[in-house]
Design a protein around this ligand. Structure first.
Ligand code: NAD
Length: 324
């Protein structure tokens, strides 16, 4: 007999940043389960287009608001929620320079507003943290027990430290107020609905390859990332949501590759004639990144299934149709 998920038909879920890349896929999965979903977004990096297909769905509401200013007065927010997923935050390295204060606020005051609301509602609170919490790691692969190596005043610190603050706040509400909480540390995720001009490696390389422009790899291109297709990540987040685990738990894949390899793979899959060029690398850019998935496997039964070739092919098709 199939066991119903902990959060399913009739449950009310608030997803902050719901019109963003990862959160919009999460919203799709929750709607498909029969949940009633309220997506809250100020469109700073997200887009209404990502949830346009849901706008006529009776169990979906999109509310435009900046969550750093607190929860707005809106009929969709008047009733209690069963779960609150704090997914809002700009997440691209180019945003770290363009939106530093906005990133700090959404990873601090917004988190506190949402934790208070979760407490009032008796809701499960899930926070989207990041592999950036490990900074430029001295331990490889990264286990959840590793405390990280973050420059607290560097250009990336607004993101890294805000996420670390959110983790600390989430654990404080769990320990001192008994709030039901979960923290997921997300590793580099890609897929349809990323913005071509987003500044992250995969959308940048794909856009450049499809346009036949040079692929701009930072530094020597030897730095590594482990790339995760969004479908695998969403499954992992839902496994955590449905569990009673607190985390933090890593979520991603072990498909580690250098930025040079990634560029060459994308050129090949696009059938492009683009050449690889090397540009200045940003400060504090992590040298290597790969999650240790032991906890996710043991506690959640998580197993990523999409190969990089398959995931990249699907993403390239999406970009091809968007870029015309
Ligand atoms: P995204 O920029 O596409 O999505 C974030 C969404 O949050 C956007 O729609 C944006 O408009 C919204 N937002 C930002 N600030 C807001 C505010 N103050 N009020 C309301 N809405 C706000 O980025 P994404 O890659 O989908 O990331 C989603 C979450 O996952 C983020 O919290 C990010 O830190 C985390 N994450 C993503 C990755 C990844 O590889 N994609 C890796 C680690 C962590």
């Amino acid at each position: 007999m199939k066991v119903a998920p902990r959060f399913g038909t009739g449950h009310r879920i608030l997803v902050t940043g719901g019109a963003g890349f990862v959160p919009s896929h999460l919203v799709d999965a929750l709607i498909a389960r029969g949940c009633t979903v309220v997506a809250l977004d100020n469109f700073v990096t997200g887009s209404k287009e990502n949830v346009a297909h849901l706008l006529d769905t009776p169990t979906f509401t999109l509310v435009e608001a900046d969550i750093s200013d607190g929860l707005p007065a809106h009929p969709a927010l008047a009733q209690r929620f069963d779960a609150i997923l704090h997914m809002a935050s700009p997440a691209s390295p180019t945003d770290f320079e363009k939106l530093p204060v906005e990133i700090l606020r959404v990873g601090s005051v917004a988190t506190l507003h949402l934790l208070d609301r979760a407490l009032d509602d008796g809701a499960r609170f899930l926070m989207a943290s990041t592999s950036e919490a490990y900074g430029d790691p001295k331990e490889h692969p990264q286990r959840e027990t590793y405390w990280g190596n973050v420059n607290p005043i560097g250009l990336r610190s607004v993101y890294d430290e805000a996420k670390r603050f959110s983790e600390a706040a989430t654990m404080a509400y769990h320990r001192s107020r008994g709030l039901d909480t979960a923290i997921v540390r997300i590793f580099n995720t890609y897929g349809p609905r990323m913005r071509p001009d987003d500044g992250r490696a995969i959308p940048t390389f794909i856009s450049q390859a499809l346009r036949g422009e040079p692929i701009t790899v930072h530094g020597t291109g030897d730095q590594t990332r482990s790339i995760c297709y969004v479908e695998d990540l969403v499954r992992g987040i839902l496994l955590l949501l449905d569990s009673t685990e607190t985390g933090p738990i890593n979520c991603g894949t072990e498909h580690e590759m250098s930025m040079r390899q990634l560029a060459e793979t994308i050129i090949g899959l696009c059938g492009s004639k683009s050449e690889v060029t090397y540009i200045t690398r940003s400060a504090d850019d992590p040298e290597m990144r790969r999650p240790d998935l032991t906890l996710a496997r043991k506690l959640l039964g998580y197993e990523p299934t999409v190969t990089p070739e398959d995931g990249l092919r699907r993403t390239i098709e999406h970009f091809r149709s968007r870029l015309g």
